[in-house]
Design a protein around this ligand. Structure first.
Ligand code: GDP
Ligand code: MG
Length: 431
């Protein structure tokens, strides 16, 4: 797996005093190999690694940073940029016509419905157009999805001409005051001349503002030739990467983005109509590097309106805060899912540290049985105090020990994160 391979390559640099060109060579070779294994195109991988090399060598190794950190930061930076840098959104005007193009099965129809729902939620009035002139079943699929998301669907007829389609779309949009026309076009199992010809003609008639190429993240390498072909023949203005919820490794994103130079606007993250997100280059970069998705976690916390209860500094952290934090995380969704996003924490919590409702009650009881001084500084918890707390809370000394240990480890982790942030470079991993 890409993340594991990269991590391994970078880990090899850990503990070294400074970066030599020789060190870098080996690590970069590993990174290139890892990228290629993740289905990144050979040329793309080579170019990417060359960029990292130049940057890493041009960078002074500060006393306070390990070479591993410098390389990691450099790779992350370059990866984020290669994926587009800052998130980008398609430009919306008063009236918009967008095409969804791509191979069959890439997720065009699903994405059309997702976009309709997404922009409906933003106050737009979408109209879906089922423009597969060959397959009635494809149009049927969009009709069903349109009903599901509450957006009308205009269906083209078998063999309908582009000119006729344009007339009908314009009329319908005008009558119903639709300001975002999403055209789901026909796909083929592979790129062929007829598909391209049809798209070119439809495009000439409808003059779309955006031509979104929908790419299946699972296809890896193939995404490159697909992107190239569609861009050359039809002209692509942006990309949508689907099925990022699977174990796709991100290689497709890197390749497609490199070869077209077009922004990746959205990511498909489930089969359901709600499963569409803006594409965040920094998150995918972090995920590819296996660094824990701090940005995603932060976003989830923000969305849940829990900012006020965000952790303070490590020094001020008390057991009560710790308990509250865990409760917040739990409220946000699957606890283990979230822990995975937070670097180090998954490891900090001991095995079997169950966070179901009942376990929580016990943890709470333990904390409640402590004196205020003990909650603030569990280091004063000697054996007799621990026995007293266990007894008072109806738990065991082992449980008290486990909680205290998890707390201390979290505190240590926070401290190290604070230290790194202070050092600057690692601060870029935060948003
Ligand atoms: P089209 O032929 O390009 O129109 O592709 P479809 O929209 O019919 O999608 C093909 C398959 O991929 C369907 O089973 C979809 O449910 C599935 N699919 C599309 N997008 C996603 C996604 O983001 N995640 C997952 N897990 N499945 C998706
Ligand atoms: Mg379809």
């Amino acid at each position: 797996q890409l993340a594991a391979r990269l991590q391994e390559a970078i880990d090899r640099l850990r503990g070294r005093g400074r970066i030599t060109e020789e060190d870098l060579k080996g690590t970069l070779r590993e990174i290139r190999r890892a990228l290629i294994e993740a289905d990144v195109n050979l040329e793309v991988a080579r170019a990417f690694v060359e960029e990292v090399r130049e940057r890493a060598l041009g960078r002074k190794v500060l006393e306070s940073l390990t070479p591993a950190e410098v390389v990691l930061a450099t790779v992350y930076e370059a990866l984020k940029e290669a994926l587009g840098g800052e998130p980008k959104h398609p430009q919306l005007k008063d009236r918009n016509v967008w095409f969804l193009v791509g191979l069959q099965g890439s997720g065009k129809t699903t994405t059309a419905a997702k976009l309709a729902l997404y922009y409906k939620g933003k106050g737009r009035r979408p109209l879906l157009v089922a423009a597969d002139t060959q397959r009635p079943a494809a149009r049927e699929q969009l009709r069903v999805l349109g009903e599901k998301v509450g957006v009308p669907v205009l269906e083209v007829q078998d063999g309908e001409s582009p000119e006729s389609i344009r007339r009908r779309v314009e009329e319908r949009a005008r009558l119903e005051v639709r300001d975002l026309v999403l055209v789901d076009t026909a796909g083929r199992l592979q790129i062929d001349e007829r598909l391209m010809e049809e798209l070119v003609r439809l495009k000439a008639a409808l003059r779309p503002d955006e031509v979104l190429l929908v790419l299946d993240a699972m296809t890896g390498q193939e995404a490159l030739s697909v992107a190239q072909a569609f861009d050359e023949r039809v002209g692509v203005t942006g990309l949508v990467l689907t099925k990022l919820d699977g174990d796709a490794r991100g290689g497709a994103a890197l390749s497609a983005r490199r070869v077209t130079g077009k922004p990746i606007y959205f990511a498909g993250v489930s089969e359901r109509p709600e499963g569409l997100e803006p594409f965040y280059p920094d998150r995918l970069a972090g995920r590819i590097l296996g660094m824990g998705d701090v940005a995603t976690l932060a976003e989830k916390v923000r969305q849940a309106g829990l900012e006020a209860e965000a952790p303070k500094s490590a020094k001020e952290l008390t057991l009560e805060d710790f308990l509250k934090q865990m409760q917040n995380l739990k409220r946000l969704g699957s606890f283990s899912e979230l822990l995975k996003l937070l670097p180090g924490v998954g490891r900090a919590l001991p095995q079997g540290f169950q966070v179901d409702e009942r376990a929580f009650k016990r943890l709470e009881a333990i904390v409640l049985s402590m004196t205020p001084e003990e909650r603030k500084d569990p280091r004063i918890l000697n054996a007799s105090r621990r026995r007293r707390i266990a007894k008072g809370s109806g738990t065991t000394v082992q449980e008290v020990n486990r909680l205290v240990k998890a707390f201390e480890e979290t505190k240590a982790l926070m401290k190290s994160l604070e230290r790194r942030k202070g050092r600057g470079l690692m601060g870029m991993f935060r948003r």
